[in-house]
Write a new protein. Structure first.
Length: 281
């Protein structure tokens, strides 16, 4: 099916039909104009006052007042005192919230499968839930001796490699607030105090990955790497888990490199593609 351009005359400043139908009879002109400017800023990346006036079919002074109001509310920002406006932080935040609502499991699933094939071990996708690490998806190793899937389980974050990777990406005061009632230990190797946790997380942040050697279970070891969203905020983590006797220290650097590559691929998959106008700017 092909589309043809309409030859019907359009009123000055009127927008093309996007399939939304006719405007409601109770629509407010000023609100409608502000929304049209927000859409134009989002689509084009910047807007000059005269362009806004032409788009809306209003005087330049009216367009300037509308853009100034959007700037006051954070939906636009003026470039260096000129008559050029760009999208403001409120518009960017709204877009990032929409991105965060993407099904992370759907985005990450192909990458989990690839990472499991590369390492030969069980791979999990983990999110932080309070001070717990919830295992939300995973791909199980095909080796006869392997770590089973933990999907649906919640373990203390400080006892898991993935949980530590997320905690290490948070401000120390935020980590402290997650433990108002002390620290739970699962094995004799689990970190037992908040001071121990925070000291350990400093090393995790420096290394760029976390490890768990018999801290969540006596026979399990794992490596964890944080996943960040396009705004660089930590949103989840990857864990590669194996029987403790097989995940020796010599293997960890190569596994961590592969995990970082996977983490970056997931972040890239969460990032919406640039519009043609953005690519050419």
């Amino acid at each position: 099916m092909t589309e043809t351009a309409s030859t019907e005359p359009r009123e000055p400043g009127a927008e093309p039909d996007h399939g939304w139908g006719a405007a409601p009879p109770y629509s407010l002109g000023s609100v409608d104009n502000a929304l049209r400017l927000i859409r134009a800023l989002d689509e084009h990346g910047e807007l000059r006052v005269y362009e806004a006036a032409e788009l809306l079919g209003v005087a330049r002074s009216t367009a300037h007042r509308l853009l100034s109001t959007l700037a006051f509310r954070g939906f636009a920002e003026q470039r260096d005192g000129s008559h050029v406006y760009r999208p403001g932080p409120a518009l960017a935040e709204a877009g990032l919230r929409a991105i965060s609502r993407l099904d992370l499991r759907q985005v990450a699933r192909p990458q989990l499968r690839t990472l499991s094939e590369e390492t030969g071990e069980t791979v999990h996708l983990v999110v932080l839930e309070g001070n717990g690490a919830r295992f939300v998806d995973g791909v199980e190793s095909t080796q006869p001796l392997r770590v089973g899937l933990r999907i649906g389980m919640v373990l203390p974050a400080h006892a898991t490699a993935a949980g530590k990777a997320i905690l290490a990406a948070l401000p120390p005061e935020q980590v402290r607030d997650l433990y108002p009632r002390g620290v739970q230990a699962l094995t004799g190797r689990t970190l037992r105090t908040l001071e121990d946790i925070q000291r350990h997380l400093t090393g995790v942040a420096r290394a760029g990955h976390a490890t768990n050697h018999r801290e969540s279970a006596d026979d399990v070891a794992a490596v964890g790497v944080v996943i960040r969203n396009p705004a660089r905020a930590p949103v989840a983590a990857l864990a590669v888990a194996a029987p403790a006797e097989r995940l020796q220290p010599a293997r960890i650097p190569l596994i961590a490199i592969r995990m970082h590559r996977t983490s970056h691929a997931i972040t890239d998959a969460m990032t919406p593609p640039l519009a043609p106008t953005d690519r050419n700017r």
